[in-house]
Each structure stands twice: as C-alpha cells, then as structure tokens.
Design a protein around this ligand. Sequence first.
Ligand code: FES
Length: 161
Amino acid sequence: MIEKTERILKKYEYSDSKIIQVLTELQKEHNYLPRENLEYISRRLKVPLSKIYSIATFYAAFSLNPRGEHLITVCSGTACFVRGVSDVLKRIEDRLGIKAGFTTADNMFTLETVNCLGACALAPIVVVDGEYHGQTTIQKVDAILDKYQEETDAEPEETSH
Ligand code: FES
C-alpha cells in the first residue's frame, strides 16, 4: 500500500507543489485518502500533515473516509428541498439500508448529501458517479438503483480452472 504511494511520489518528483496531483492519484487508488498514506506523504515531502489535511478537506473530490464503489450524492439545498428531495433521499436510504454519510456494508454504495449542486432548475437532483439525474422522483430513483444493483449482481465472478 505504501509502496504504491512511494511510486506516486516518485512520479511527481517528490515535489510539494504537486500535492494535489499526488492526492488525486491516491484517491483513485483507494477511493479515499487513508490517514496512514497521508502521514507517509507528509514525512516524505516534509510538509505538515495539517497542510495536507487542509487541502484534502478543501476539495470535495477528496474523501477522508472510505467510500463505496458507487457514490450517490443527493442535493439537500433549498430548491431541491422545496421540490421534495427529502422523500427521494428517504427512498434511497431505505433501499440501501444506510443513512446519508455512510457506506453500505458490501462497500458498493456511499450516500452523501450536499448543499446545492448549482443546477437548481433541475431540482431535485441526485448524482450517481458524477452523472446528474434531474427532477428525480421516487420512481426515477428506483429505476436508477435497479440499474446499478443489476450491474453489480451481473458482475462475473472470477472462476478458477
Ligand atoms: S438546491 Fe439542489 S441544485 Fe441547487
């Protein structure tokens, strides 16, 4: 795990001005930024851990907590709230069996809420893996989750010969 982080650091020539690129690759690798790896980066680049954390928390793309394979973001801003996003969120929570801010036990889905995605005309909005779904309803959310869950179920298992 640390070897890969070392490789990433090498790729960016141990430059403290390339921390964002380093963190981006680390996030891609693990789907979040593990503390152990951030501490390693801090030591190797001689950059205070607090500075790395402030970068990691500034950019929404970075996560300090483990994330599932699929990220579902529900907008809880005013326009989405007025147009009934609470019912949509409740449906997703019920179907996944988790509350917003958590990841399913099988690590497939992480559910998050954000305050306005800046596309209020499409309210209420749900974003799944970066894909925007506007004017969502419980029925639409059911169809989206069905699709993702079918794909997950259909993933071929490795067979040994
Ligand atoms: S309130 Fe949801 S996009 Fe603005």
